[in-house]
Design a binder for this molecule. Structure first.
Ligand SMILES: [Zn+2]
Length: 301
């Protein structure tokens, strides 16, 4: 058994979904969205590594059977928030602080602490601090919210798992203690205002894996998609806006992911006979309205 297969299996055994990265690289081995052949797992639309990541040991054995892929860890579905502390880049002016130094300064300034936790050291000398995500909250990946050279990897992101190797060296576990919960003060700092940007919508019917969220959120998602799909002509836009506002509340509460809501509503709108130019901006603005006007986002705005 190759070392990297062993690595992938051991990561998955912790309950952390994995996917292959190109050998010796940090880049997903799977094709990107722009090169999607729309076959296999992508028959109904492109699926991202986060959606294809798995803890299924047989699937992992098959995927790693002949190729020594590096191991990508899908942090969102793993229920993790990983703080990524980078060293200064070569292009930075001399004396630039590392992510670790900036985080330490942040702790001193706020009187808060970062508890010791499971830690991976990267070949460049960066560090990945692993934390469990708070229950019932969709933590997104962030960049530079805590400070320069500090990213976080959660939903929408991934980390290179320990055991992976690049030409620069190996990702190694340098603190093997259990993963600590994300401290409240960091959660509060990372709970950025909801994204209020128009994004291209891709209709897709692939179900999400996971199963962590409340059953009522799943039911609400299905019901609202059907409400939109079944709306008679003349009422379709109204039904769409009402559905988007209802589901937007669940996004703000962390019960649903914005991407899957956008996709479900797009499917419903398509089924109702609306064209993308008719439903895209309606969905975006109704979701933004709803996310802005609920208690959770008011608190974190
Ligand atoms: Zn694809």
């Amino acid at each position: 058994m190759s070392d990297l297969l062993t690595t992938a299996l051991s990561i998955a055994a912790r309950g952390w979904p994995v996917f292959p990265l190109r050998t010796g690289s940090k880049v997903p081995a799977l094709h990107g969205e722009t090169r999607c052949p729309r076959t296999g797992a992508c028959t109904d639309g492109h699926t991202k590594p986060e959606q294809r990541a798995t803890t299924d040991l047989d699937r992992i054995r098959t995927a790693w059977a002949t190729t020594a892929y590096n191991v990508g860890l899908a942090t969102g579905p793993a229920g993790l928030v990983v703080i990524d502390l980078d060293p200064p880049k070569q292009s930075d002016p001399p004396g630039t602080q590392s992510g670790a130094q900036i985080l330490e300064a942040l702790c001193q300034a706020t009187g808060e602490q970062v508890p010791p936790t499971f830690t991976v050291t990267t070949p460049s000398g960066g560090r990945h601090l692993y934390f469990t995500a708070p229950a019932g909250v969709t933590m997104r990946s962030t960049q530079d919210i805590l400070g320069r050279h500090i990213d976080t990897r959660a939903w929408g992101g991934y980390v290179v798992a320990p055991g992976s190797v690049t030409p620069a060296g190996a990702y190694r576990v340098t603190d093997d203690r259990p993963v600590a919960p994300l401290p409240n003060w960091l959660q509060a700092k990372l709970a950025a205002p909801p994204r209020i940007i128009a994004r291209p919508l891709v209709a897709r019917s692939a179900p999400r894996s996971g199963g962590r969220r409340a059953a009522y959120a799943d039911a609400a998602l299905r019901n609202e998609e059907r409400n939109v799909a079944d709306a008679p002509e003349g009422h379709r836009n109204k039904a769409l806006v009402r559905a988007a506002r209802a589901l937007g509340r669940l996004i703000a509460l962390g019960d649903l992911d914005r991407d899957e809501v956008e996709q479900a509503l797009s499917r419903g709108a398509e089924a109702a006979g609306l064209k993308p130019y008719e439903y895209r901006s309606a969905i975006t603005s109704a979701l933004n309205w709803s996310i802005r006007n609920n208690p959770v986002s008011r608190r974190t705005a």
